[in-house]
Design a protein around this ligand. Sequence first.
Ligand code: HEC
Length: 134
Amino acid sequence: MKAMTAAALLLASLTCHAETPQQVRQTYVTEALSQQSGFAPSAKRGEALFRQRFAINDKMPGCTSCHTDNPLQAGQHAVTGKSVRPLAVAANPERFSDPAKVEKWFGRNCKEVVGRACTPAEKADFVTYMSEVR
Ligand code: HEC
């Protein structure tokens, strides 16, 4: 009985949290569409966001400060020096599969680097680029 409960809980947590990058992207696209009719995600805009330099934080002017210029490569945290696994799905299949994790890091990194929360449209573009880059 106890084992069954544990199995049921595990199954429930898996169905809640494990998603594909396509599903994660679709959530942001749906959100963006509610703000901007006709929105379509763009890998090109996602790449531009990834490479952009912002003037908020000297230690980390852009996403590339920790994730490097090449999302297929491992990066290094600009402050702690800890290594960061590649952001691109092609190099790291675990990316964009846990919606809570994705939200947590968009929240933290956008605030620190861009100086504000990223919009659903920006997140949809970013996930599109990271899913497609080879
Ligand atoms: C100060 C270093 C740093 C900077 C700058 C940075 N990140 Fe990250 N990012 C991390 C770390 C650390 C993680 C979590 C560790 C991991 O998942 O490998 C992470 C993870 C993420 C994730 C989670 C992806 C997933 O599904 O696992 C997203 C999304 C992300 N970053 C987006 C961005 C964006 C967008 C920017 C630029 C606006 C950015 N990051 C800039 C350090 C950084």
